[in-house]
Design a protein around this ligand. Structure first.
Ligand code: SF4
Length: 209
């Protein structure tokens, strides 16, 4: 997988695309989203990095592009899988899509400390080190906190408990203690996906049989 960091040469990538290549964009590299749009139209699957806050409007722009670009033939993730989850009423949420499944996904930093992912490690949360066993990981504050997240959402009636996008998201963006503004862009993008599905479903329902 090829990650497009700030200043990465999209032109060179499109001229000589490596095999099994995805265009990974971050809030720092996405700009107004135009490079990601061009990459996807050139046939490169686009992956949005697991970051909560993006420049204003860019998640909505990419969601609309994913939904309505007639000549788009590759996925823009996590929108492509999230759209399937919305349409089926079940499926993987962002914890699965963005590789933060407790007990399945691990991240090891350069000091050998083990966390769930880079975002948790960046905030100083670790299960232990590479020398610890699974029992030690499971006893860590981070493991306990992650395991208790879903029950906590509903027991404490947090913002996620009343969010229409919880089945798609799983409270992914607020689990690290971020305030409610952290996921507004994602909520707007998920709403576009949900509205598109509703319109599509109603069209099918209304179609003469
Ligand atoms: S409030 Fe935010 S983090 Fe919580 S479920 Fe909704 S979109 Fe996800």
């Amino acid at each position: 997988m090829w990650a497009a960091e700030e200043g990465a040469d999209l032109e060179a990538l499109l001229a000589h695309p490596p095999r099994s290549c995805s265009y990974v964009v971050t809030p720092a590299s996405v700009g107004d989203g135009e490079a990601a749009v061009r990459a996807s139209l050139a046939g490169l699957p686009v992956h949005l990095s697991p970051a909560a806050v993006w420049p204003d409007g860019v998640l909505e722009r990419l969601a609309e592009h994913f939904l309505y670009a007639a000549d788009l033939e590759v996925p823009i993730e996590p929108f492509a899988t999230a759209a399937q989850t919305i349409a089926r009423g079940r499926g993987p949420d962002l914890w699965v899509l963005l590789r933060e499944e407790l007990g399945r996904d691990f991240f090891v930093d350069v000091e050998g400390r083990v966390s769930l992912s880079e975002r948790w490690a960046r905030q100083g949360f670790f299960f232990g080190t590479v020398h610890d066993d699974l029992d030690t990981f499971e006893a860590s504050d981070l493991w306990q906190r992650l395991a208790a997240w879903r029950p906590h959402v509903f027991a404490e009636v947090t913002a996620c408990a009343t969010c229409a996008h919880f089945p798609t998201c799983g409270g992914f963006w607020l689990a690290d203690g971020s305030d409610e503004s952290a996921c507004r862009g994602w909520q707007a993008a998920f709403q576009l996906l949900a509205d598109a599905w509703r319109t599509h479903r109603d069209d099918l329902t209304d179609a003469p049989s």
